[in-house]
Design a protein around this ligand. Structure first.
Ligand code: PEP
Length: 247
């Protein structure tokens, strides 16, 4: 199956309005790309990002959304609001949200469902901690996280993007080896295949300290369809190099 690579920048809680203009201008200039490229920005910047990327070969998205459509949920941002700003993607279940905001597998699945209902593509993150890997629990953990989303979305599961992000590799400079990453991607693909006949078309991204010098080898693995990029997405030259590694 020839799946087009997807490279998504996760800015996390970084950026300034002025700095973003430079970064987005550089991404725009460097296009068009062979891979699909997107950036997931903090909420307050989405209007600026939408303006800067109008007509560019780069999509945009957000880093989270509420599991509710609207209502008395102070501080939350809904999927319909993100759709109004032209978002194509929304990250759900990032390990930082699971860890610092106690997001459960079911809440992540509910967020994915509401995102899809508003024509956003959820990028569903799964991944094990170092303790879980060392205890031999990697497969069970990612399967459990994925299974909540499969169960909640039913046949719509084929419309999500999955990101395998081992928690021990995020922002640490420790990358999973291509073989370690591929093994988990193959496991996830098999689980998705059991749920949907379209699983062969689904994108499964790798995330965790992807840099220009390791991106091409990771992206060359059979079941790795691109990357979710944190730190390196804040530097135009690095992010552009990673996008090109997805050619
Ligand atoms: C991430 O935030 O999803 C991520 C993978 O971060 P980093 O690339 O910095 O490890």
């Amino acid at each position: 199956m020839n799946r087009r690579k997807l490279v998504v920048g996760n800015w996390k809680m970084n950026g300034t309005r002025v700095g973003n203009v430079d970064l987005l201008g550089a991404l725009r200039e460097a296009g068009p790309y062979v891979a699909e490229v997107a950036v997931c920005a903090p909420f307050p910047y989405l209007a600026d990002v939408a303006l800067s990327l109008q007509g560019a070969d780069v999509a945009w998205g957000a880093q989270d959304c509420s599991a509710h459509e609207s209502g008395a949920y102070t501080g939350e941002v809904s999927a319909p609001m993100l759709a109004e700003y032209g978002c194509r993607y929304v990250i759900v279940g990032h390990s930082e949200r699971r860890a610092y905001h106690a997001e459960s597998d079911q809440l992540v699945a509910d967020k994915a469902k509401v995102a899809l209902a508003h024509k956003l593509t959820p990028i569903v993150c799964v991944g094990e901690t170092l303790a879980e890997r060392e205890a031999g629990q990697t497969d069970a953990v990612v399967k459990r996280q994925m299974s909540a989303v499969i169960h909640t979305l039913g046949h719509c599961i084929s419309q999500v993007v999955v990101a395998y992000e081992p928690v021990w590799a995020i922002g640490t400079g420790k990358t999973a080896t291509p073989e370690q990453a591929q093994a988990v991607h193959a496991l996830l693909r098999a689980q998705l295949k059991a749920a949907s006949e379209k699983a062969g078309e689904m994108k499964i991204l790798y995330g965790g300290s992807v840099k220009p010098d390791n991106a091409a080898t990771l992206f060359a693995q059979a079941d790795i369809d691109g990357g979710l990029i944190g730190g390196a997405s804040l530097k135009a030259a690095d992010f552009i190099a990673i996008c090109r590694a997805g050619a």
